[in-house]
Ligand binder design. Structure first.
Ligand SMILES: Nc1ccn([C@H]2C[C@H](O)[C@@H](COP(=O)(O)OP(=O)(O)OP(=O)(O)O)O2)c(=O)n1
Length: 162
């Protein structure tokens, strides 16, 4: 939270609000990202391309993504969502997509290509047979199990490999 508060301060310090209705049809500042504890400082930093306009647009993206993420985490049972809730979710997820496409365009990122490249990277970093369903970061998988360990399974039942 401390680093996120710092990030929030630095962003609010360097970015000017766009002004009432100028870009987003609202004169209220976006949510402070420090409130979204699951966002890392680095994610905030790397998502910021333009210190003025971009900073505020990124706030919108991050706030939408964070809001949606919290919503999804709070409602993990997706299949039982009511039709109205699903429609609201579709609208919010669309916001995230549109902000993201806009941000990529502004930063001159070829998003489809970048996403395909990232999938390749994920494939290398997160071996599907071990990483599927796990939230562990990729260093955990770098020192993979030996062939013998793979064959025999975990040596210590208290410490499964994953
Ligand atoms: N078991 C897992 C865990 C993650 N991923 C994918 C989904 C995301 O596209 C990416 C996770 O991105 P992160 O930003 O969490 O981590 P990175 O692996 O990109 O590392 P870094 O944070 O250093 O960028 O990896 C995956 O395919 N399987």
């Amino acid at each position: 939270i401390h680093t996120q508060t710092k990030a929030c301060k630095s962003m609010y310090g360097t970015c000017q609000p766009p002004g009432p209705g100028r870009f987003w049809g609202s004169d209220s500042p976006p949510l402070c990202p420090a409130a979204h504890t699951w966002l890392s400082y680095r994610e905030l930093e790397t998502s910021r391309c333009d210190p003025h306009l971009g900073g505020w647009r990124d706030h919108q993206l991050i706030s939408s993504a964070a809001g949606n993420g919290q919503l999804l985490m709070a409602r993990a049972g997706l299949p039982d969502w009511a039709p109205g809730e699903r429609a609201a979710l579709a609208e919010e997820l669309s916001d995230v997509l549109l902000y993201l496409v806009s941000l990529a365009q502004q930063c001159r990122v070829d998003l489809p290509r970048a996403a395909l490249r990232k999938l390749d990277q994920n494939r290398a970093r997160y071996p599907a047979d071990r990483a599927h369903g796990s939230a562990r970061k990729y260093p955990h998988y770098q020192a993979g199990p030996t062939d013998a360990q793979r064959r025999d399974g975990p040596t210590d039942p208290c410490c499964p490999q994953d």
